[in-house]
Design a protein around this ligand. Structure first.
Ligand code: TYM
Length: 332
């Protein structure tokens, strides 16, 4: 179940455009930090993205965009297996088996489903069963850790419940995974409204900073970000969510502790702090963007994804053999 005695890690990102600082800080940066000491599988989850309507031509492009971003942020294909979900059909296969071992009640309680369906009878069924495909992704690879932002925590808890239930019913089959979050940045907030999480789909482009944003756009988004009127730089998520969010971003990009940053800016106003943050974020994005440009249209990218499919398929097939045996499917 583990390669080279390194624990298995699995995570995924949907190939919708606008991969932003929240995705980077909550997930991608963790992926990179984990690649030396774990046996990691990082997926571009295109099957999840079709739970809401997608333009097929664009989906192909955004799938490659996210694959290129994985490499641009520093994932090394020699250390991490990088692949596209739909190229490994076992994800759909296991998802069905988990569907038959889940309850409609537990799926109805998922906040993401409640938010996205808004109680509508015409919400796509895929939105409802989305967490089962996500559980299949994780369980297929015997992942012990799942690095994600805090908005995905409930889905990991459901995955744990499903694994435990299946193991109890059929005998030991799945590794029960753990959520792996970070202390600082597990939930990056929208720049225009720091009471909401930064999201790919928000209408206001200044609510987020996308990893491929031009420096001038980054400057505009940070300089006009919503803070409070008392002008004191202090970390207090409840009372001062705007500046606290900016402090978090500052801390992640510089590696400095939030307390030290607060001390450094004692007596300064938000203006200077924001100006410095613009420089810091643009400085951090520059190498990501140049690596992205270098790799996005390369043959190498396709080769890395093909190799990833091969490695992922081998691991997935091993699990499926075990699962099919347990549920009583014949092998011919
Ligand atoms: P997705 O594509 O919405 O987001 C990708 C990752 O980014 C994190 N994230 C954030 N972290 C901090 N602050 C934010 N504002 C923020 N917004 C997003 C997400 O938590 C996620 O880690 N269901 C998943 C994709 C998925 C998956 C999986 C993840 C499918 N199968 C298996 C882990 C394991 C999703 O929609 O992520």
């Amino acid at each position: 179940m583990e390669n080279n005695n390194k624990p298995r890690v699995f995570s995924g990102v949907q190939p919708t455009g606008n991969i932003h600082l929240g995705n980077y800080i909550g997930a991608l940066k963790q992926f990179v930090d984990l690649q030396n000491d774990t046996d990691c599988f990082y997926c571009i989850v295109d099957m999840h993205s079709i739970t809401v309507p997608q333009d097929p031509k664009q989906l192909k492009e955004t799938t490659l965009d996210v694959a290129a971003l994985y490499l641009a942020v520093g994932l090394d294909p020699k250390k991490a297996t990088i692949f596209v979900q739909s190229t490994v059909p076992q994800h759909a296969e296991l998802s069905w088996i988990l569907t038959c071992n889940s309850y409609t009640g537990e799926l109805s309680r998922m906040t993401q489903f409640k938010d996205k369906s808004k109680g509508s009878e015409s919400a796509p069924t895929g939105l409802f069963t989305y967490p089962l495909l996500m559980a299949a992704d994780i369980l297929l690879y015997d992942a012990k850790f799942v690095p994600v932002g805090n908005d995905q925590k409930q889905h990991i808890e459901l995955t744990r419940d499903l694994a435990i239930r299946f193991n109890n019913k059929y005998g030991d089959t799945f590794v029960v995974p753990d959520y792996k979050g970070i202390e600082v940045g597990a939930r990056i907030m929208a720049l225009d409204d720091p009471t909401k999480k930064m999201s790919k789909s928000a209408e206001n482009i200044h609510s987020r900073i996308s990893l491929l944003d031009e420096p001038s756009k980054v400057k505009k988004s940070i300089m006009k970000s919503t803070t409070d009127s008392d002008g004191i730089i202090r970390f207090d998520v409840d009372e001062k969510p705007g500046i606290s969010n900016l402090l978090t971003i500052y801390s992640v990009f510089t590696g400095k502790k939030i307390d030290d940053i607060v001390a450094e800016y004692e007596g300064s106003g938000y203006g200077q702090f924001k100006k410095d943050l613009v420089e810091i974020v643009n400085g951090g994005l520059e190498p990501i963007q140049s690596k992205y440009k270098e790799i996005r249209n390369s043959e190498e990218l396709i080769k890395i994804l093909k190799d990833g499919t091969e490695k992922a398929s081998a691991a997935a097939e091993k699990t499926m053999k075990r699962v099919k045996e347990k549920v009583g499917f014949i092998s011919l």
